[in-house]
Ligand binder design. Structure first.
Ligand SMILES: [Zn+2]
Length: 110
């Protein structure tokens, strides 16, 4: 018997709480796991691992991935970090060019 009721009368599957056919409940669980003020927007794999400790529903992993992909905060942060990376790359490139021009100054033993 894979399914059963836990002590709270909640349907369980192999000990996980089943969240079946309740889109609102699933969304609020995902919001809690990902977008709550304490969750700090973890990535899909981490949420999936955390949720699998407690919950199970068909297509859980896909819904977690979808949720993270659609998260507006994550999209904005993603854009910002791409900008920062670009900036760092530019700085690094100019440093390397600088370094090459005067490499003897940096390597007195060469
Ligand atoms: Zn997010």
């Amino acid at each position: 018997m894979d399914f059963g009721l836990n002590s709270d009368g909640v349907l369980c599957f192999h000990g996980w709480i089943c969240v079946l056919n309740d889109e609102n409940l699933r969304q609020s669980i995902l919001r809690e796991a990902h977008g709550s003020p304490y969750a700090m927007h973890p990535g899909g794999n981490k949420i999936y691992r955390d949720l699998r400790e407690l919950y199970w529903w068909p297509g859980l992993k896909r819904e977690v991935t979808d949720f993270v992909t659609r998260c507006l905060t994550c999209q904005q942060t993603d854009g910002q970090s791409k900008m920062v990376i670009q900036l760092l790359e530019d700085m690094l490139r100019s440093c390397v060019i600088d370094f090459r021009c005067s490499w003897k100054d940096y390597l007195p033993l060469a």
